[in-house]
Design a binder for this molecule. Structure first.
Ligand SMILES: [Zn+2]
Length: 459
């Protein structure tokens, strides 16, 4: 078992190089040089060695799959077994628009990784590329190269660089910067790539339709074609809002005393909010989910970035071991200032306090492009308006205020983004309210008012 310090070092070391992505990796030149071969040339290299050694990865996979004590004894007697990868790259996913690409490498356990950026190799006609070497990992069967072709990246390729090192290579077309960071439970490596902002409406519109889980918005004209009715809030600066009901599918979120699930009440609130945002603000609303489906946290952010959303609102219900705890609070992305806030982030990230600590350690670098001031202002407006709306009918409502926390769902969002904890589902009284249609509407209306006030402040 590695101790916490080792774990932190393992995770932070590759991330220290983030600040110097374009200049190569300081202090790792030797490794960079040694690895300065493309995956193609690696394959050629493998071909030169004996057939016995040429496919260690495949053999290792078979051995790795073997189960039962007999096989284990056999493995124990083979010296090479000690280097057999235990982790597997199980999935490679990507989302993109013309100025943003997110790549997610999903693994079945925590691993150590390093990354490097290579210049174009004219002699071998290889493009500039970023590669990530994942130690002690194998590419699981079925994980294939992904064509991207979004103007930033050409392809994401996977390969077994060495028997115990899996490699992910991104062939670059034209990028401005990239960030790479891990998320936990399940362990995944996120690569966010940014380019110069372009306005390719046709491609953007395609992205939007592709990002919608179901065609609930079909038939509506694009927001750009609608005229704002007189007397309404002018929304030139906010044309598209992403509403994100938390959890879903196999992830129920927090569960109330009588079994009411967070995923159901936040979906009901999210659907109402989307409807009134469209009606009142005449904005385009994209929902990360409009049915009971599971969507990973990093995908929700990716959807918001992909559709070039102007605002991102994630809706949740709070929970505490203290059944008496109640109230409304709104978060934006930053270091948690209190243990309570860190605990809320751990619960919403579906991970441990220790992992929240790891994210906090690298958050400063990840937040370089986040709209922190705008997010804080939107959180403030939404919290005020939501509390005002709810407390008018429910005098016992508690205003817990605006808070900060390292929420996975907000990391990498390029627009002002907040996470609203609408009430405590662990509190009997508030759980009852959360199930009530009228109360759900009150919450949606409160969030709408807050967004309206935020938009008014933009002019
Ligand atoms: Zn939640």
């Amino acid at each position: 078992m590695m101790n916490a310090t080792t774990l932190i070092l393992l995770l932070i070391m590759p991330l220290c190089s983030l600040v110097l992505p374009a200049a190569g990796v300081a202090g790792t030149g030797k490794i960079g040089e040694a690895h300065s071969v493309s995956m193609e040339s690696d394959r050629m290299l493998v071909c030169k060695i004996s057939e016995k050694d040429a496919k260690p990865g495949r053999k290792a996979q078979k051995r790795g799959d073997a189960k039962g004590p007999g096989n284990k004894r056999e493995l124990d007697t083979i010296p090479r077994v000690s280097t057999l990868p235990k982790a597997h790259v199980t999935e490679l996913r990507t989302w993109s628009n013309p100025d943003y690409t997110r790549i997610v490498v999903v693994l079945d356990q925590e691993v150590k990784y390093t990354h490097h950026r290579l210049k174009q190799d004219h002699s071998a006609t290889l493009p500039e590329r970023i590669y990530v070497d994942i130690e002690g990992a194998q590419i699981a069967p079925g994980v294939k190269d992904l064509p991207i072709g979004d103007g930033l990246l050409k392809t994401a390729r996977v390969g077994q660089y060495r028997p115990d090192v899996a490699r992910v290579v991104l062939d670059i077309e034209n990028i401005r910067e990239f960030k790479i960071f891990p998320l936990s439970d399940p362990f995944r490596i996120i690569i966010d790539v940014k380019g110069e902002r372009k306005t390719e409406i046709s491609r953007l519109e395609q992205s939007i339709s592709a990002a919608r889980p179901e065609p609930t918005e079909s038939g509506e004209p694009p927001a750009e074609e609608r005229r704002s009715p007189p007397g309404k809030v002018k929304t030139d600066k906010v044309r598209r809002i992403v509403v994100d009901p938390g959890h879903g599918g196999h992830d129920p979120g927090a569960v109330g005393p009588d079994g009411v699930q967070e995923k159901d009440v936040v979906l009901a609130i999210g659907l109402k909010l989307a409807a009134i945002l469209r009606e009142e603000l005449r904005v385009d609303v994209v929902m990360t989910r409009s049915t009971d489906v599971f969507i990973p946290l990093e995908e929700r952010t990716a959807i918001a970035n992909k559709v070039n959303a102007d605002l991102f609102v994630s809706i949740h219900a709070n929970a505490s071991l203290n059944r008496a705890a109640s109230g409304i609070e709104t978060y934006y992305l930053n270091l948690a200032k209190t243990d309570k806030a860190a605990r809320v982030a751990a619960r919403e990230n579906n991970t441990s306090l220790e992992k929240v600590g790891l994210l906090q350690a690298i958050l400063f670098d990840l937040m370089a492009n986040s709209k922190i001031n705008d997010s804080a202002r939107m959180a403030d407006e939404v919290q005020k308006a939501l509390y005002a709306k709810v407390s008018r009918k429910h005098h016992e409502a508690k205003n817990l205020g605006v808070k900060q926390g390292p929420f996975y769902v907000l990391v990498g969002a390029t627009m002002p983004s907040i996470l609203v904890e609408t009430a405590f589902i662990s509190n009997e009284r508030e759980a009852e309210l959360l199930k009530d249609r009228e109360y759900q509407e009150t919450i949606a209306n409160g969030i709408l008012d807050g967004i309206k006030n935020y938009i008014k402040g933009l002019h």
